[in-house]
Design a protein around this ligand. Structure first.
Ligand SMILES: Cc1cc2nc3c(=O)[nH]c(=O)nc-3n(C[C@H](O)[C@H](O)[C@H](O)COP(=O)(O)O)c2cc1C
Length: 214
């Protein structure tokens, strides 16, 4: 069917309230609490996040990546740095990460500047990945055009032959990025669309916390 109408499709959000008094002073701590709750509710998907970038022409672009580490400094994911997102980040090292935890009726947005993780950090994570993932990363130039799947499979087989002992080195173009948060927004669904939203905005001396209209 080529046409569908969803105007009458709606649901009530009524899981729980988010109050100013419940918020942690540090947004990363607040994020950690929500992520832990999300991992209980969605053990498979909690760390998947939408990464939005803007390229040198001003075009936005979004895709899912997996959160691999976070701490007070920032949030880390790994990818091919020559991919479309890598090229956008090279031209414009700013991004937004978005988590949606359906079962909790929660959304978190985190905006900030992005920097590359160190080669040592990237090596450490790359070497911890299963062999198949390392071979694929070495064989696939992410976001480039390929004629067919057979070409990719042949490239993986060639890597397997090249590294029979499984010691696949991290490709130079494969690495990690860390988003250094400037702004967080925590959204909790409430009834009749009167949702709770709080933003944390980084200031010189800490975080400004304010409620936003839904
Ligand atoms: C659940 C899920 C997890 C993903 N995790 C990653 C990831 O951690 N790193 C990555 O490079 N791509 C990941 N991808 C693939 C990306 O969404 C995307 O297709 C790829 O990175 C190429 O994006 P680009 O052409 O915009 O650079 C994931 C996709 C899904 C659906």
């Amino acid at each position: 069917m080529s046409e569908q109408d969803y105007r009458d499709l709606r649901r009530e959000y009524d899981a729980e309230a988010l109050r100013r008094t419940m918020l942690a002073a540090s947004p990363m701590e607040q994020f950690g609490q929500w992520l832990a709750a999300a991992q209980e509710k969605h053990p498979d998907d909690a760390t998947s996040m939408s990464l939005a970038t803007v390229d040198s022409q001003g075009w936005p672009s979004a895709r899912i990546v997996l959160l691999k580490h976070f701490d007070e400094q920032g949030l880390v994911w790994y990818t091919d740095t020559h991919s479309r997102k890598g090229q956008a980040l090279a031209a414009n090292p700013r991004a937004e990460l978005l988590f949606y935890w359906k079962g909790l009726e929660r959304q978190v947005r985190i905006q900030g500047r992005v920097e590359a993780v160190s080669a040592a950090e990237a090596d450490q994570y790359f070497n911890s990945r299963p062999l198949g993932s390392r071979l694929s990363a070495a064989a696939s130039q992410q976001s480039s055009v390929v004629p067919d799947r057979a070409v990719l499979e042949a490239a993986v087989a060639a890597m397997q032959e090249r590294y029979p002992d499984g010691q696949v080195p991290r490709p130079a173009r494969w690495g990690g990025y860390r988003l250094l948060p400037q702004r967080f927004e925590f959204w909790q669904g409430r009834t009749s669309r009167l949702h709770d939203r709080f933003e944390y905005v980084r200031q010189d001396d800490g975080w400004l916390i304010q409620r936003l209209a839904p």
